[in-house]
Design a binder for this molecule. Sequence first.
Ligand code: FPP
Ligand code: MG
Length: 331
Amino acid sequence: MRIMENKRETNDIFRWIAPELELLEQTLAEALASPVPLIAEIGMHLVRSGGKRLRPALYLLAAKSCERFDEKKAMPLAAAVELIHMASLVHDDVIDHAETRRGTETANAKWGNQIAVLTGDHMFARAFSLVSRKGYSEDIGDRLAALVQGLCAGEILQDSALYTANHNLEEYERRIAMKTADFLAICCELGGLVGGASAEVCAGLKAYGKAVGMAFQITDDLLDVTGDAERIGKPAGNDIRQGVVTLPVICALDASPAREELCTIITNRNMTDEMVIRALEIVRASDGIATARIRAAAYLDEARRALPETVGGEARDAFLEAAAYIGKRDF
Ligand code: FPP
Ligand code: MG
């Protein structure tokens, strides 16, 4: 139920591009059709299991805000960025042994790891075939390939730092840039490129996407500490359980009176549910939550300032609403 509400909220923010988002769903369904029934079935399961479509929405918003917007030309790339995102989540759920995402069973839980990995690979290849076939410049394929390399490198960096306690803000921000913000940045930039915007406008759109992406991931990490399972569609304290150290925890490790106890818990690969609950208690009682909120708000201010002046009217309203929504989202 909550998932449907989430979807409605994002639909409302992006109402100016409602027709394009509708066409996107159709394009995604077509892209995932396959003569192999199991591939088609998993594809439909993934398309139907929700998702905010934030990446293609930002891309389409950026593209439509430009003078030379052409829906037909823009759409395959919108589907491609969502497919890359979906493929990365399918693989991420295998890596994390996740059983639910957005309140729905993951592909690995439903069909097993082997099928899930292959489905992710299949979607990923489909995404790049959309990019290479539809007359986009080579540059776009290169940028997306670089993005995916960054995504994978970010995951590897994160993996190497699991269950460790010596983190700092700079290293944390580098990691969340690679895993989230660079993706949102490229979506906004590609929208500008496909819409025929100047290099300066594309750079402004990219800076907006990067800052919004940093705020988005910091908020996501905050929700892992403050949210409840039903609302966020996955168990609270998931990051701690999996050894991923996020900003609120880094702050608590620095300043909480119970920092030694927290350090012992988060570096324990065999931590129990009780230990996760205790770690959450320590982090919630520290100033880590407030610090992370301030940091996210600062990035949202940066995003608003980065938005090119040429982006006006309903497009500007939608970009500003998207930034406001990221600041107050609770899922
Ligand atoms: C979710 O983060 C994961 C990512 C944003 C990126 C995962 C990337 C890969 C697995 C590299 C492979 C990429 C491709 C395209 C095949 P999270 O674990 O913090 O969020 P969650 O709580 O929603 O799982
Ligand atoms: Mg994960």
